[in-house]
Design a protein around this ligand. Structure first.
Ligand code: BES
Ligand code: ZN
Ligand code: ZN
Length: 497
């Protein structure tokens, strides 16, 4: 699908699907909608009325034009309430149009720029959001099965005056970057553990860096991890036939930078639970347990095009959590890279152990801020459901920056407290810490354990266990499967620095 922008009179365009929009309960047509209605001799306003089309966000009214105008069909897309119009609404609107066009096997779409004329929004941001919506709605995971693809060939945004064309072009380019990074992460997460094993994640990192002077990669293998004292990573990986790797990617732009950001991802390529084996219903989706690292890799896959003016370190320890005669046992004590010890009470609480080592390594790079992103706890899903990530942090300013970035990105995140009184729950009698707290507040005790390994540096922890994977379609641009959640928030954050 090629996405472009052109100056033209929309009602004169020849295409399979012509897209105009309408705010909720605003029946008085204006702009492109009114023009098209006029050319159709009032047909549009008549059907809008007769079909009780209200313009609810994401709803679509489809009309055959029967040769009255060059376009075969007109789609009226609902924009929702005028006062609630934001980038997320525009993503949904353009995704709805794309889904409807695909359903009727259209090949060419011509669309208004949602939000510009009637919504008076920044044209660059409108175009960015539209491209994200369309590209992400168009995504299917086709590695193992041929999908019948009613592919759209062209998606043309049309305006009646040329004034904003350059900023719209810039918005399209930015939207392409955000969508590409998200899709990169979706593909990694959707790929089963059989193929997406630790060595494969190393390969993916190297491919991102290939031919790219701004990006470098170091991967530490088992022998090196032993020398480094990364007992958490080694312990969790012990039961698997796949050897672990600690991957460290660095993006250093050619310009001088002031800030250094570390992005740390959880990269359990499959979480069986280990000896504390998960029941099958809970295990079946556990290829997603590297989604945190996938978000970091998704961000890195487009970082050169985005070109943020900060140095970025991407860090993750790729391991598989398996039961075997060599596996770490409940009751074992592991010594991490900073010499602190963790008693393993449940081998299924492996993420925090591997992340703790990764965070110690990240601190050694002396970053100005650390963001970790992890499918860490089922408890966070109990607290916030499947659509909202939990955010925990030791720093108010960084928290605000990430929450603002998430809002712009259309990714839902909510702050949870690092309640000091619960710290007692992760103290162990035989080691410095244990890897599990009491029955309630599991997302918080996991966060509290991580906090012990960040050396008081500005840090945000994102528990993405719920939103990383959509069990059912989440919205117009997120079908069932991996969502790529986190990538756009990270990109938004990096570019804001
Ligand atoms: N990877 C899981 C958490 C998870 C569950 C992510 C569902 C996404 C969807 C994690 O390693 C885990 O198993 N956590 C346990 C911890 C418990 C044993 C203390 C959990 O949350 O149940
Ligand atoms: Zn687990
Ligand atoms: Zn896990």
């Amino acid at each position: 699908m090629e996405i472009s922008v052109k100056k033209a009179q929309i009602q004169e365009k020849k295409c399979d699907a012509l897209v105009v929009d309408l705010f909720y309960k605003e029946n008085q047509l204006s702009g492109a909608c009114a023009q098209v209605d006029k050319e159709l001799g009032g047909l549009l306003s008549k059907i809008i009325k007769e079909d009780h089309f209200k313009g609810k966000l994401g709803s679509v009214l489809s009309i055959r034009t029967n040769g009255l105008i060059p376009a075969k069909r007109v789609f009226v897309v609902g924009l929702g309430e005028r006062k609630e119009l934001n980038e997320e609404a525009m993503r949904c609107a353009s995704a709805s149009a794309l889904n409807s066009a695909k359903a009727v096997k259209a090949k060419s779409i011509v669309s208004v720029l949602h939000g510009l004329g009637i919504g008076k929004k920044d044209p660059k941001l409108c175009a960015k959001a539209m491209v994200e919506g369309a590209r992400l709605a168009d995504y299917t995971f086709g590695k193992y099965k041929k999908h019948e693809k009613n592919s759209i060939k062209t998606f043309e945004i049309v305006l009646s005056d040329a004034k904003s064309i350059r900023s719209i072009q810039a918005g399209i380019e930015l939207g392409e970057i955000y969508a590409k990074g998200t899709i990169f992460a979706r593909d990694l997460v959707n790929t089963p553990g059989l193929h997406m094993h630790p060595a494969e994640l190393v390969k993916v990192s190297r491919e991102i860096a290939k031919g790219n002077t701004e990006i470098s990669v170091r991967a530490y293998d088992k022998t090196q991890l032993k020398k480094m004292g990364a007992g958490g990573v080694l312990g969790v990986a012990h039961g698997s036939d796949h050897e672990p790797f600690l991957v460290h990617m660095i993006y250093k732009p050619k310009i001088k930078t002031k800030k250094k950001i570390a992005l740390v991802g959880k990269a359990i390529t499959f979480d069986s639970g280990g000896l504390s084996l998960k029941p099958n219903d809970f295990m079946v989706n556990m290829k997603i347990d590297m989604a945190g690292a996938a978000s970091v890799l998704g961000a890195f896959s487009v970082i050169k095009d985005l070109a943020p003016a900060v140095e970025v370190h991407g860090i993750f320890a790729a391991c598989e959590n398996m039961p075997s005669g060599k596996a770490v046992r409940p009751g074992d004590v592991l010594t991490l890279m900073n010499k602190k010890t963790i008693e393993i009470l449940n081998t299924d609480a492996e993420g925090r152990v591997v992340l703790a080592d990764s965070l110690v390594y990240a601190c050694k790079q002396k970053p100005d801020a650390i963001i970790d992103i992890a499918t860490l706890t089922g408890a966070c899903m109990v607290a916030l459901g499947e659509e909202v990530s939990g955010l925990m942090s030791n720093n108010k300013k960084l928290t605000k920056q990430i929450l603002d970035s998430a809002f712009k990105a259309g990714e839902k995140m909510w702050e949870l407290p690092l309640e000091k009184r619960y710290k007692a729950q992760i103290k162990s009698e035989v080691a410095d810490y244990k890897n599990m707290g009491d029955r309630y507040g599991g997302a918080l005790t996991a966060g509290l354990l991580l906090e012990e390994f960040v050396d008081k540096m500005p840090w945000v922890h994102l528990d993405i266990g719920g939103p990383a994977f959509a069990e059912k379609p989440l919205n117009q641009y997120t079908k069932r499967g991996a969502t790529g959640h986190g990538v756009r928030t990270l990109l938004e954050f990096l570019i804001s620095k």
